[in-house]
Design a protein around this ligand. Structure first.
Ligand SMILES: [Zn+2]
Length: 483
């Protein structure tokens, strides 16, 4: 997919698709001069000049360039997984744009690089499809460049520099549409080479991204979802394979930066806060000539600090279990591909969707009616190995009509709950991770009550919200509507 130039934009500027932002800008200036209709006598000068402008309007912006660089996935029969796939040529793998390696989790990333000189400040995107190693290197280079050369311009130098450093620090900008495309292509490639488990895992990652996309103008998001659903369903593999969290990919070197930024911000916040405190004290003193002495100026200063007063506690940025949690049994993997980095806009709901408070311990959320309570079956839900609280819905899937929830429960991190007296029927379980907002669901399952000689034999269904390699539980991501 690297080296793509479907509309000839790179070609018209006379550059290779791997050109840097600076090269694109320089090529545009050169070509625009050369083919300016006032200057150029070629008969097609106007058309060429327009194409050069169009090319630059797309390639000159990191995000539209990312879209141009990657190929949309068209919905259709998911041939990738079918046996008869030999009839069409196999998919090309997505390769790292730097080292050409084929990896299971290529990512399209944009890092920012700021260069300042007195009154001029320039911000460039450094972008491409990267493997893990090359992403780290590109991030490091862009960040080091910005640390050294970004600050020294007035007035935008420090502002662009801070924003670029922050973006690079969190692993760069990773446009969701573009990355869903990249992963969908890579899943097809792995299906072609019969690595079905890997194909499924990558397609699931792509689906998670696709579910977060807003429906865009070409309906690409819906097509992508339809394609991925069909693709996953057609795969012969049923194993759950967990890929390492993508966000862990660019972590090592950013920790060093984080330290430096904390120092900088800490110093800045402290001095601003100290000034504010001084002013506050002066104001109090002028208002009340005999103020009570403040016994602990330092403590009150900390209380005023927006950093301590308002910021939520930092959430874990790795898949580590919280302190005190039992380590997972060997052979188990912590299922938190997404809880490593809650989206910036997600806020943990303070109460259940019906407005009632979350229960203090595992149990039903008050205010929701319990339905189908005249049976004998049980559904055990084990959240014991998960470090996040969850909101769970047990959903009945009647033979006709819409599915509806019969129980709504809350299970704290490391807790579990058994829903009892569930009537025979078909159900599925959906849950929301309250720390990240991620929603997942099980396939449907059937509870039975069978009369036997000494009574009734009924089902016990056990679900662990924790993925076991080779486990029988296939969780799939859900959109807000599906939840
Ligand atoms: Zn690479």
């Amino acid at each position: 997919m690297s080296g793509r130039d479907p509309l000839g934009y790179y070609e018209v500027l006379g550059i290779h698709p791997s050109a840097t932002a600076a090269e694109i800008k320089a090529a545009f200036r050169r070509k625009a001069m050369e083919y300016h209709p006032d200057r150029c006598t070629l008969p097609n000068a106007t058309a060429l000049f327009q194409k050069i402008n169009t090319a630059f309007s797309v390639l000159g912006n990191p995000e539209s360039r990312a879209e141009y660089d990657t190929e949309p996935v068209k919905a259709g029969p998911a041939q990738g997984a079918k046996q008869g796939s030999a009839r069409r040529p196999p998919h090309d793998p997505v390769r790292c744009s730097v080292c050409d390696k084929v990896s299971a989790q290529p990512i399209y990333v944009i890092f920012y690089r700021v260069t300042s000189l007195v009154l001029a400040t320039r911000r460039d995107g450094v972008q491409g499809i990267y493997c893990k190693k090359c992403a780290e290197k590109a991030c490091f280079k862009a960040t080091a460049h910005t640390w050294l050369l970004g600050w020294w311009g007035f007035p935008w130098g420090p502002i662009y520099t801070l924003s670029a450093l922050f973006t690079n620090l969190v692993g760069g900008k990773r446009p969701a549409t573009v990355n869903a495309r990249v992963l969908a292509h890579q899943a097809q490639y792995f299906a072609d080479i019969r690595e079905f488990d890997l194909a499924r895992a990558i397609a699931n990652e792509a689906l998670k991204l696709a579910l977060k996309l807003p429906p865009n103008k070409d309906n690409e998001a819906a097509e992508l979802r339809a394609f991925l659903d069909a693709f996953i369903a057609a795969l012969p593999s049923t194993r759950t394979l967990l890929l390492p969290s993508r966000w862990d990919q660019i972590k090592r070197m950013t920790l060093a930066q984080l330290g430096a930024m904390v120092l900088l911000f800490g110093g800045l916040a402290y001095s601003i806060n100290w000034n504010a405190q001084q002013e506050h004290e002066e104001a109090v003193a002028s208002y009340n000539p005999t103020p009570a002495p403040d016994p602990q100026p330092v403590a009150s200063e900390q209380n005023n600090s927006p950093q301590t007063a308002q910021n939520p506690p930092p959430s874990s940025t790795t898949c580590d279990l919280p302190a005190g949690a039992p380590p997972p049994p060997s052979g188990y993997v912590v299922d938190c591909p997404n809880n490593t980095r809650p989206s910036l806009s997600y806020e943990r709901p303070a109460q259940a969707p019906n407005g009632n408070p979350w229960p203090a311990v595992a149990g039903y959320v008050s205010g929701y009616p319990k339905k189908y309570t005249n049976g004998y079956s049980t559904i055990s839900i084990d959240n014991g190995q998960n470090g996040s609280d969850v909101f769970v819905k047990i959903v009945a899937e009647p033979a006709q009509g819409k599915a509806f929830p019969i129980r709504q429960l809350f299970i704290p991190a490391h807790g579990s709950f058994v829903a009892k007296n569930v009537r025979a029927g078909t159900y599925d379980v959906r849950y929301e991770n309250l720390d990240t907002g991620d929603k997942e669901g099980t396939p449907s399952f059937t509870l039975t009550e069978t009369p036997v000689s000494d009574g009734v034999e009924y089902s016990r269904y056990e679900l662990t919200l924790y993925t076991v390699p080779d486990g029988n539980m296939q969780m799939h991501p859900l959109s807000d509507d599906e939840f």
